[in-house]
Design a protein around this ligand. Structure first.
Ligand code: AMP
Length: 281
């Protein structure tokens, strides 16, 4: 695995790969890798000649009161985990990525203002802008994202379509701990007690799936049940519970064929997100 820190070196390597007709699969991450990330890398490896993984903790997607400074970092461990799976590890510094004062930002309208966008102003603009920059540097044939960040995946698919990026956008299922907790780099913030209590998100998703299987279609009713259920966990504070259209992210009142259920819940001081697709069988 080759480690590259500079944009110009990466461009040269990409150019030479393209000249030789190699396809490039790309997995953008913020590091502190876990099985969720690795599932994307494995899929990229299966579908492409060369896999590029980026590790870049993007300041533009953190709000002023968010955890940019404390975001978990362990490059040595990440490098070890990627050996044998990834061909090129791109680790640009903030200075390399933001060489001058930027005046250009991507705004994916409407999709960025809903759900997490309500409390995380500017977050999705920060994500979309950096992913577009990375796409321009890496020139991937396919890019791999996790359904764990469902809204991010929708925003980025829209961005890629709107800006005519040719990369195929692949979204992979949520990878979970044995108890159902969705893997996340931020889970490291949770105490053991909080980690156990955080399972309430997964349990809430499952109970909604059961309600739909049993015939519930009224989203208000399902959401009310989940509010009551999650509120019983002492360390949990709900940010939102919403059931929306998978593509537009607009709220739906009745589940017809399928709908996306998303949760954002603070467990102690850690904000967790999770989601599932509710399907009518
Ligand atoms: P991050 O490092 O958190 O920015 O995540 C990098 C990529 O990994 C994003 O596309 C995430 O959606 C994806 N990802 C993070 N956690 C998981 C998970 N538990 N299962 C699947 N994909 C994940």
């Amino acid at each position: 695995m080759k480690i590259v820190k500079s944009i110009s070196v990466l461009r040269k390597v990409v150019c030479s790969l393209k000249r030789r007709g190699k396809t490039i699969g790309f997995v953008p991450t913020m590091g502190f890798l876990h099985e969720g990330h690795l599932s994307l890398v494995r899929r990229a490896k299966k579908e492409n000649d060369v896999v590029v993984v980026s590790i870049y903790i993007n300041p533009a997607q953190f709000g002023p009161k968010e955890d940019f400074k404390n975001y978990p970092r362990d490059l040595r461990r990440d490098t070890r985990l990627l050996r044998g799976l990834c061909d090129l590890l791109f680790i640009p510094s903030v200075k390399e990525m933001v060489a001058q004062e930027s005046r250009t930002f991507i705004e994916v309208r409407r999709l960025s203002d809903l759900l997490c966008g309500r409390t995380r102003k500017g977050h999705f603009s920060g994500v979309a802008t950096v992913v577009a920059k990375l796409f321009n540097i890496v020139a991937p044939d396919a890019a791999y994202f996790g359904q764990k960040d469902a809204q991010q995946a929708v925003v980025l698919e829209q961005m890629a379509a709107d800006l005519n990026f040719s990369a195929k956008m692949v979204v992979m299922p949520v990878v979970r701990e044995k108890n159902g907790l969705a893997m996340s780099s931020r889970n490291v913030y949770l105490s053991d007690k909080e980690k156990a209590e955080a399972v309430v998100l997964f349990q809430a998703l499952k109970s909604a799936e059961h309600m739909v299987a049993a015939g519930s279609r009224d989203t208000k009713k399902i959401i009310r049940t989940l509010y009551d259920f999650i509120s019983r966990t002492p360390s949990a504070r709900i940010d939102y519970i919403e059931i929306v259209d998978k593509k537009t992210l607009e709220s739906v009142s009745t589940i017809k064929r399928e709908a996306l259920l998303l949760l954002a819940v603070h467990v102690g001081s850690t904000r967790l997100i999770d989601n599932t697709i509710l399907k009518v069988k």
